[in-house]
Design a protein around this ligand. Structure first.
Ligand SMILES: *[C@@H]1O[C@H](CO)[C@@H](O)[C@H](O)[C@H]1NC(C)=O
Ligand SMILES: *[C@@H]1O[C@H](CO)[C@@H](O)[C@H](O)[C@H]1NC(C)=O
Length: 436
């Protein structure tokens, strides 16, 4: 504990110990003394559970530890429920998350939230619009702008802030989740909803300027937004419909789980590497037995022919600057497990891994914003995509946060308020304001 105290100031633990001393000294009956010991032991166990070593540069480390411990225990309960055969672990986890994040009655008077089409003719000036795709590993959370029972506050707050500050129409898509549907159903939902919205009569109904529409999303939502962007460039009718794409710590590839950021953040909350790989396997309805092998890149070893050509498109020794690659070494297995991509060919599909798309696809993408966080396994997915887009001639803004962690942008209000949450959100909204 000495070391922990030194690093991060375990002040609360110290304050706890005199209480225990008093307990002991007062000559209490045996049962009470036993419960004191038990309580102290529980406190130590709880501290042990909550404490994880975090780099000093991360935003609000203690709060992040508590948030992570809460999320971790929710995951463990869900895994238990899964192993007892009571429910899919992601259904259980989403149930817990949604119950935790229930929205308070808060709602902004200046923002109109609606589930259905307006009937009347709008006479207001035309507005900008963002189609937003929420994150959550293709399996969790909710669009939250709807009145569905699953509404939770995180995305509601984000979309409300965007609508207010940009005076824009925000369309937050309630796509179907794992385990109800699997890849590529999530993409189909997002594409279908966006196509519907882009019809002239629908845009007219919502007073949206057809020349000022963007696609955006965070994490797995950033993955879906990027996939949608690529699909639109390949469709003559949709080619120039989007003015910008804005991707927040997007998931962009499943071929290399040993990029420098994956190596650096193996155990970083909110998204340790193992958890991310498991989200991928769940997205494809794959076999959990593959997760360990995928962690060491056995699925894309040199003897897996299908992967060889694609690996060059995420060659981080050339795509990332030395300031990020540092002393990290590529993990390339000579022999691995070719069964993995044969059973899960979706792993090598550019619709799931937009980073590996052909340059011919990338070059038609709109102006792009990519936000990345230092304390995030997905940092390098975003930075490599920025680099590949730039090489393809796309105008890219890469907005990197040294104290950011995965998911931080939705944590802006008490008790899960993080300084970097506010800064990332402001920076993102500012870019949209200036570019959409
Ligand atoms: C990776 O593949 C090699 C060669 O097949 C095998 O020996 C090793 O055990 C695998 N590693 C994991 C973690 O599955
Ligand atoms: C990655 O890039 C480096 C440096 O440009 C090069 O030496 C290496 O052969 C490349 N690897 C692959 C798999 O393309």
């Amino acid at each position: 504990w000495g070391a922990c105290r030194g690093d991060l100031g375990l002040g609360s633990l110290q304050r706890g110990s005199p209480g225990w001393g008093a307990c002991k000294g007062a000559g209490l009956p045996g049962t009470m003394r036993a419960s004191c010991v038990l309580l102290a032991a529980l406190a130590v166990l709880a501290a042990y559970y909550v404490y994880i070593p975090l780099p000093g540069s991360v935003s609000d480390p203690w709060k992040l530890m508590l948030l992570d411990a809460t999320f971790r225990s929710a995951q463990q309960v869900s895994n238990l429920i899964h192993s007892l055969g009571l429910s899919h672990h992601l259904l259980a986890l989403n149930f817990i998350i949604v119950s935790f994040g229930k929205k308070s009655a808060h709602s902004s008077a200046r923002v109109k939230v609606t589930d259905t089409a307006f009937d009347g003719v709008e006479v207001r000036p035309l507005k900008r619009s963002i189609v937003y795709v929420h994150g959550g590993g293709w399996a969790l959370a909710s669009a939250s702008m709807s009145r569905s029972p699953a509404e939770i506050r995180y995305y509601d707050e984000l979309c409300t802030a965007m609508a207010e500050e940009l005076n824009a129409v925000i369309v937050s898509i309630e796509y179907r989740l794992v385990p109800k549907v699997y890849f590529p159903a999530q993409i189909h939902d997002v594409v279908r909803a966006t196509k519907y919205f882009l019809q002239p009569e629908v845009l007219h109904k919502y007073s949206v300027d057809p020349g000022r529409i963007g696609i955006s999303g965070d994490s797995a939502g950033g993955n879906l937004a990027a996939a949608l962007g690529q699909q639109f460039t390949q469709d003559a009718n949709l080619k120039d419909k989007l003015k910008v794409q804005a991707l927040i710590y997007p998931v962009l590839q499943a071929l290399d789980f040993n990029t420098p950021s994956y190596q650096q953040n193996v155990n970083t909350p909110i998204l340790p590497r193992y958890v991310m790989v498991k989200y991928w396997v769940d997205y494809f309805k794959g076999n959990y037995d593959f997760v360990q092998a995928m962690v060491v890149n056995n699925h894309t070893s040199l003897d897996v022919e299908e992967a060889v050509a694609l690996r060059a498109r995420l060659n981080w020794t050339s795509l990332l600057p030395p300031s990020l690659t540092k002393d990290y070494k590529p993990v390339v297995q000579t022999t691995g497990n070719a069964r993995i991509v044969r059973e899960i060919p979706q792993l090598l599909d550019a619709r799931s891994a937009p980073l590996i798309a052909d340059q011919k696809v990338l070059q038609h993408l709109p102006k792009t914003y990519i936000l990345t966080c230092e304390h995030d396994v997905l940092r390098d997915d975003g930075i490599m995509y920025a680099k590949r887009l730039e090489s393809a001639g796309v105008e890219v803004t890469l907005d990197h946060f040294e104290d950011g962690f995965h998911g931080c942008m939705i944590f802006t209000s008490w008790p899960t308020n993080f300084d970097v949450g506010i800064r990332t959100r402001n920076s993102y909204i500012k870019w949209l304001d200036q570019n959409l």
